[in-house]
Design a protein around this ligand. Structure first.
Ligand code: ADP
Ligand code: MG
Length: 852
């Protein structure tokens, strides 16, 4: 296949060669998707003759893109994949000694730096799709800059992007960075908004089928259609909905990461028949499908993130940003004018985020930090981040690595840490493999780790009549969910991973084969540590649990109650254990969760999966310092007393509580105060008057900021109540306690004076009458006044130095409310004449003057 020399990027070929011909070459290339960046720029570099005999590394954020681009470029150069042009991703590659252009995923270069700190065999690094701001892309760039500055002035660094925050990037890359721009060629795309209508409340895929059918009725077919959806499940559903409606006139293709390569290629390749490609966001900028004239965008993507505060991975369906939506729409205007239909409203579009936050702010940092240390950096605190991660996230990750023994307390790489970093798996699994190697169980635990890194063996989420599920491979005395999975996999291996067998058992043959490959790669690396080659000995229950515990002690969970599947996890976290898990058994109390994922179904649930039961004695043995005995207290509802408890904790997880010890006085006060605040207990003197005082303070705090009075919130009330309850342990002891002293002292005395003047207890009307003001938390300040006392009064009184009008409740002669108003003047001219004639009939003896 020959190259398409009409691609706009060819305009930059000469400029690029000039820009990289000198030392310290740093180039930013900005060109729209489809210009030819990913396929052509690596070839320009190689063909310029400026790369000597080094390789061109092209960093891609996605595995699928790395493979497809390599295939495409190899064929454009009339070669075969893995020869001059190849690719390498975690656990998979097609490269050889001849390889000069290597498409890699972003982690690969960082790992390369561990063996080759000067990147000696690499001439140029191209960071593609940099606008997506993937975490490994960010730190790869930082490391490349450092290598160029210190060891390799001849290393060429090229950053490519479809859209760019170029200002920030240029200042990061320094003054002598070159900037090449190609406007590309794009045609107008007409955008329409078609949110699902109320009366069509069905599923998303039915809506998509309807939208496409309606569009075709009006516009006919004049190109391919590209549909964006969050993931495989929605894609498959949409494919069958479309098959039913417009299947006769279109080829329908799916495109997502886990799809077999052949099908991925088919979705992208040229086709004379009109086709519909239903894709995830890989088709947003990574992969171009030619001839698309209609884009249908669900506006959603499945985004995996790491919540460092809770230490869990989240997999949510999120709304894409405005920037992503315009990239997606742009796919329809590559070859001729096109149309895009967004399945949300224009109003909602305006409220969406302009761009997606960089991944550095939502990633588990542990693996990257360990790789960085292992490739030679000495302090992560001084790292030259393109965008700094959140401080707390960094601290958290460092703590995890110290707990795993990969870093020392003074944040230096340990010998174990170096070994762990060599394994292309999360550090906690690295630690597990290290312990396994020491104990002679390497192969088995490498299998366990591989099972978590490959696609799932059991792809069906729900039980299917004649398919097996993991628990069908479980045995009654299993201690870990991994054992059943390992047995299922072993059965596939014994059958040479044959597809028919897989289909019969409901086990994915391809995934099983991947697990085999990954297991071998992991053992190959670990064998170099010299603990003796792994045998396939299966550890006994206790050995297995202890090895896993070494990497997962921060995932210790406890079931407090056998009737529910809800568990408490270290770090104040909660989750649901799956009922088919070994930890779902009623006899299980403590366990570790191999997987902790928050998923979005009807609600958000944190699922605890791949569990292993843990005995307390093993915790004692492995982590003797992590235990703590604490005197605690609980409030007993029946006796209305705080009672003493002795707690045994593992880190912050309470393993056991029993009566005994002394009640810590502060805790008693806190517990009692909480009950008073929630209304469960009543203090006699904590009454309406107190609430009125709080309302006055808050009114002044809000309306007269110049006095800098802080409002009294729930937390302040809790603190006041703790002072009031101090020293007591039972309701009986506190219920009659005085409250005024504490409340009055809450504000400094000069501020208390301000309250009396700005939100006074009573106001004087202009006719000399003194009336009380009613203050309460949920209402505006109010006075209630007999109508006769208001005659002659033009305006309602105000408080807070004229800023807040007081609501006037007008009472009739019988003291019943006649009207409530904030606008007294309006009352006299508006409703008073009618009120007057009515009241005059009922109370003829009173005087009823007329006002005009
Ligand atoms: P960019 O990186 O600027 O988005 P690419 O280099 O990926 O551009 O693609 C340039 C053009 O090459 C595409 O518009 C498409 O025509 C063609 N192309 C790239 N990859 C493939 C492929 N796998 N199959 C068919 N055509 C492809
Ligand atoms: Mg590209």
């Amino acid at each position: 296949m020959s190259r398409d020399r009409s691609l706009p990027i060819f305009d930059l070929e000469i400029d690029l060669a000039a820009a990289v011909s000198n030392e310290n070459a740093r180039v930013v290339i900005e060109a729209p998707t489809g210009s030819g960046k990913s396929t052509q720029v690596p070839q320009f570099l190689l063909d310029s003759g400026l790369c000597g005999d080094g390789e061109v590394y092209v960093l891609q954020p996605r595995r699928l893109a790395a493979r497809m681009l390599a295939t495409r470029v190899a064929s454009e150069r009339n070669g075969s994949l893995g020869d001059e042009v190849g690719f390498q991703v975690r656990f998979e590659n097609a490269v050889s000694a001849n390889t000069r252009i290597r498409f890699v995923t972003e982690g690969i270069l960082l790992r390369k730096l561990m063996d080759q700190p000067d990147l000696a065999t690499i001439s140029a690094v191209v960071l593609d799709e940099f606008h997506e701001r993937h975490f490994f892309g960010d730190i790869s760039l930082a490391r490349c800059l450092e290598v160029q500055k210190t060891l390799r002035p001849d290393l060429k660094i090229i950053v490519m992007s479809a859209t760019l925050e170029t200002a920030a990037l240029k200042s990061y890359l320094g003054d002598d960075c070159r900037h090449l721009i190609s406007e590309g060629r794009t045609y107008p795309v007409e955008v329409a908004y078609e949110p699902p209508r109320e009366r069509h409340k069905g599923e998303l895929w039915d809506h998509i089928a309807r939208v496409i059918r309606d569009y075709l009725k009006v516009n006919g077919v004049d190109g391919h259609i590209l549909v964006f959806l969050p993931g495989r499940y929605e894609i498959q559903k949409t494919a069958s909905a479309l098959q039913r409606t417009v299947g006769s006139s279109f080829e329908i293709h799916e495109l997502y990461g886990e799809l077999p390569p052949g099908k991925q290629d088919a979705a992208v390749s040229k086709s004379s028949r009109p086709k519909i490609v239903i894709a995830t966001n890989v088709a947003e900028t990574s992969i171009t499908i030619d001839g698309v004239t209609l884009v249908v965008d669900s506006g959603l993507e499945r985004r995996s993130a790491f919540d460092h505060r809770r230490g869990i991975t989240t997999l949510h369906i999120e709304k894409i940003s405005q920037a992503s939506a315009s990239q997606r729409a742009g796919r329809a205007g590559r070859t001729t004018k096109g149309a895009a239909i967004r399945l949300w409203s224009e109003r909602e579009h305006e409220q969406r985020a302009p761009a997606t936050a960089a991944e550095v702010q939502r990633m588990d940092l542990t693996e990257a930090i360990l790789i960085l240390y292992s490739s030679g950096i000495t302090s992560i605190r001084e790292f030259n981040w393109f965008e700094k991660p959140d401080r707390a996230a960094l601290d958290e990750a460092m703590l995890r690595l110290i707990e795993l023994g990969a870093l020392s307390r003074d944040e230096q790489l340990t010998p174990d840490g170096r070994k762990i970093s060599q394994l292309p798996v999360p550090p906690r699994f690295g630690k597990v493999l290290l312990e396994a190697a020491k104990g002679g169980y390497l192969d088995y635990l490498a299998l366990v780790a591989a099972l978590t890194q490959a696609r799932p063996l059991f792809p069906l989420r729900r039980r299917h009549s004649d398919h097996l599920m993991p628990e069908d491979f479980a045995q009654p005395d299993d201690i870990s969910d991994f054992q059943a999975l390992a047995r299922a996999w072993t059965q596939m291996k014994q059958n040479d991973f044959r597809r028919e067998i897989g289909e019969r058992l409901g086990i994915h043959a391809g995934a099983s084969r991947d697990v085999d490959r990954i297991t071998k790669q992991l053992t190959r690396i670990a064998d170099r540590w010299g603990f003796g080659s792994g045998s396939f000995a299966e550890p006994d229950n206790e050995a297995l649990a202890k090895i896993l515990l070494s990497g997962f002690s921060d995932r210790l969970a406890i079931r407090h109650n056998q009737s529910t599947l809800t568990c408490a996890v270290i770090g104040g976290r909660r989750g649901q254990v799956e009922k088919d898990s070994v930890a779902g058994d009623k006899t299980c109390r403590t366990f570790i969760a191999g997987e902790m994922i928050e998923v979005e179904g009807r609600d958000l649930t944190v699922k605890l999966g791949l569990c292993t039961r843990i005995e307390e004695t093993w915790l004692q043995e492995l982590f003797p310092d992590a235990f703590e005995k604490k005197e605690g207290a609980v409030y007993d509802e029946r006796s209305r007393k705080v009672e003493a408890r002795l707690e045994k904790r593992f880190r912050d997880l309470v393993l056991e509580t029993k009566p005994g010890g002394e009640v810590p006085p502060e805790e008693a006060a806190t517990l009692l105060a909480e009950r008073v605040l929630s209304g469960e207990l009543n203090l006699k003197k904590w009454d309406g008057k107190v609430e009125a005082w709080f309302s006055r303070v808050n009114l002044v705090a809000e309306n007269c900021p110049q006095y800098e009075i802080s409002p009294i919130d729930e937390e302040s009330k809790q603190l006041m109540l703790e002072q009031i309850c101090a020293g007591g342990i039972s309701y009986k002891q506190i219920k009659d306690r005085p409250v005024n002293a504490v409340i009055k002292e809450w504000l400094p005395s000069h501020q208390a004076g301000v309250i009396d003047h700005a939100a006074p207890e009573s106001v004087i009307l202009s006719n000399g009458k003194v009336v009380r003001v009613h203050y309460s938390p949920d209402e505006k300040p109010k006075i209630s006044v007999l109508i006769q006392h208001l005659f002659g009064l033009k305006d309602a009184p105000t408080i807070c130095e004229g800023k807040v009008p007081v609501v006037v409740e007008i009472l009739g002669p019988n003291s019943r409310p006649v009207q409530v108003t904030e606008n007294l003047a309006g009352f006299w001219t508006g409703s008073y004449p009618a009120v007057r004639s009515q009241l005059r009939g009922r109370y003829p003896k009173h005087d009823w003057p007329e006002f005009e």
